[in-house]
Design a protein around this ligand. Sequence first.
Ligand code: PLP
Length: 253
Amino acid sequence: MALRREPHVLVVGGSDSSGGAGIARDIETISAVGVRTCLAVTALTVQTHEAVKKLHHSPPSLVADQMRAALQANEVAAIKIGMLATAEIIAAVAAVLRENPQVPAVLDPVLASTSGRALLEAGAIAAMKRDLVPLCCLVTPNLIELALLIGAEQAVDEDEAVWQGQELLAAGAQAILIKGGHAKGLRSTDILLRSGQEPIRFDAPRLAVSMRGTGCMLASAIAAHLANASPLEESVRRGKLFVFEKLETDRTN
Ligand code: PLP
């Protein structure tokens, strides 16, 4: 069959049986923006909303093969990367990104679940930073993930996080969106950092709701807007608005 020409986002990540996070959230979000999806599944997880009970990793070559088949079958206009589980899967994904440098990739550096279970094996953070981060047009760490990526002792507040973000830029990242969603305060502020440019702050009122999978949603919505040919800053603005509106709908339902 011929290549499907409408823009697609290739979702690379793990399944979550509870439906709260992972590829189910990604597909839901990207579809809501009006963009099609294709898939490379990195891991199967057994989860409730309270706990991760089991993890099963895909063989790395199967992840790369899924990505190549998805790219062959569709007009992939952006790639969204979530849970990667192992250093070997990181290497496999990086190899496919290197084969397709024209496709923008958004990396949500998923390290652990909110419930505290590691979703990336210990020791693979260095591989993520060295081999994958420089290949992505945007990395979206929260304050804890940013600290772990640069090897800092602890997460810091938003202003100091800008310095940590600069370190990740110096290590080869193209752009970073530091997510302040889990910080305290009346506003939820995310900060976009790019080399040689002033930081840009994206601000929304903090809503008194907690929802799983908001990190998946934000990176997916940004990737969907990039696939629709919006520039990076505009894609981030729209992605942040998407998550805010989703949280607000949840709160009022
Ligand atoms: N499971 C999978 C497959 C994920 O990709 C993620 C986050 O991206 C999570 C679980 C963690 O989600 P939460 O932090 O909402 O528990």
